[in-house]
Design a protein around this ligand. Sequence first.
Ligand SMILES: [Zn+2]
Length: 177
Amino acid sequence: MPDASTTQLALIRQLKFCAGHRLYRHESRCAFFHGHNYRVDLEVVAANGGHEVDEVGRIVDFSLIKKRMLGWLDDHWDHAFLIYEKDENALAAIQIVEPVKYFVMPHNPTAENMARYLLEVVSPHVLSDLGVIARQVSLWETTEACAVATRSEHSVAISPAMPGVAIVKDSRNPVLP
Ligand SMILES: [Zn+2]
């Protein structure tokens, strides 16, 4: 490929999962326990600037993006309840349910905060050794409503926090994590 290309390349992989949540201190019905069929549009660029492709012509293989990010979503958020760490009432409730899978969030689990968590915390963790970085995460809560988290052009490199882990309690099969 010509070295002088100024075209920036990106790719977008669509990923789906379902999860439950409620919005702490929401003034209306989003304060009730409920769930969504979520869709994530994950946009990645090459970590070195995004003007080049490999000898096959790829930034990275789509299947690797799916394997890493959908793998994380399946393990941590899919069929789980996402609960804000300050929502003590919801945490108390979920802890008496069994079998159960839940994930404690450092922020209220709005679409905005979930998109930001995937961009800032999860994507560096799951994509770093692929030579790509996530530039944007769009998180669709319904087919009409989406929150978008975008990496700032001038964002400084900070070492990301480690993602949280899902808590699974299931005495039907003690071998499960
Ligand atoms: Zn909701």
